[in-house]
Write a protein that binds this ligand. Structure first.
Ligand code: ATP
Length: 269
């Protein structure tokens, strides 16, 4: 694939309000970071440098991609999205050249956010990394991140479920300036996420009345799982010709989600 992994992707209309369950201090810090990015001159006057790179880490489906999209949206940036695996298992030199063209393309569209999901596949610890080719690709990433003034207006955001796997050199300040843990939501967080994903859906009164209990009883569910709960329940209601999501639809969706996570866990064993 020529120029793979280097295209701008359409940015959904996502704001920070569309992300539930983020700890208050984290939201505060993100708002501060955004105001520095939006007004770098003022930030320089008070001795703060605009961040070049942000790392988001946490379990799958907690909203890391959503957060990267919301940040790009808030600062009016073009969004370049890719996955660490798009830079691996390639012919000689292709990984490094993809990294280069990703940054080159983004520099033509400033302000731009470059988002790399599963960054551990690209920026894993060198000792444990898969050989010379991966090392070259990682070195190219470090070179591009160090692009000096050439990176003005470029914000790099990386996401991973495996922060412990990342190379120290990649995590150095100046490359990654802020690191945010995006955790599984607590009860209050799940309630917020449920609100977000029931907006615009029709619920039977008894389902509506049970949403607090649902938030309490879904400990361990990620935002992605909560979202898919209502998607599945909606589809079942439509299939059976019901106008509103009923209790049986939601129970069915909960069983499915729990079964799905159990079989995933068994497969991982
Ligand atoms: P992965 O680590 O697997 O890449 P992720 O943390 O990037 O996952 P997202 O891709 O952002 O997770 O989430 C997938 C979908 O799940 C979102 O598009 C959204 O519908 C829902 N979702 C996840 N987290 C949240 C959240 N905190 N608030 C609202 N919706 C969420």
């Amino acid at each position: 694939m020529k120029n793979g992994a280097s295209k701008a992707t359409a940015l959904p209309d996502i704001t920070l309000d569309d992300i539930g369950g983020l700890p208050e201090e984290m939201k505060e810090e993100i708002h501060q970071t955004l105001s520095i990015i939006k007004d770098p001159k003022r930030a320089t006057q008070v001795g703060i440098k605009a961040p070049k790179g942000i790392l988001l880490y946490g379990p799958p489906g907690t909203g890391k991609t959503l957060l990267a999209q919301a940040i790009a949206h808030e600062i009016g940036a073009t969004f370049y999205s890719s996955s660490g695996s798009a830079f691996t298992e390639l012919f000689v030199g292709v990984g490094a050249s993809r990294v280069r063209s990703l940054f080159q393309n983004a520099r033509k569209q400033r302000p731009a956010v470059i988002f790399i999901d599963e960054v551990d596949a690209l920026a894993g610890k060198r000792k444990e990394h898969g050989g010379e080719e991966s090392e070259k690709t990682l070195t190219e990433l470090l070179v591009q991140l160090d692009g000096g003034n050439d990176n003005e207006g470029i914000l790099f955001i990386a996401a991973t479920n495996r922060k412990d796997m990342l190379d120290e050199a990649f995590l150095r300040p100046g490359r990654i300036d802020y690191t945010f843990n995006v955790p599984l939501p607590d009860t209050g967080g799940r309630r917020e996420i449920i609100d977000i994903h029931t907006k615009g859906r029709k619920l039977a009164d008894e389902v509506y009345a049970s949403l607090d209990v649902l938030a309490e009883s879904t400990s361990g569910f990620s935002g992605a799982e909560l979202s898919s709960l209502f998607e599945t329940a909606s589809k079942r209601a439509i299939r059976d010709g019901r106008e509103k999501i009923g209790k049986s639809d939601l129970d069915f969706a909960i069983d499915r989600t729990i079964l799905g996570s159990t079989s995933r866990a068994l497969n991982d064993m």
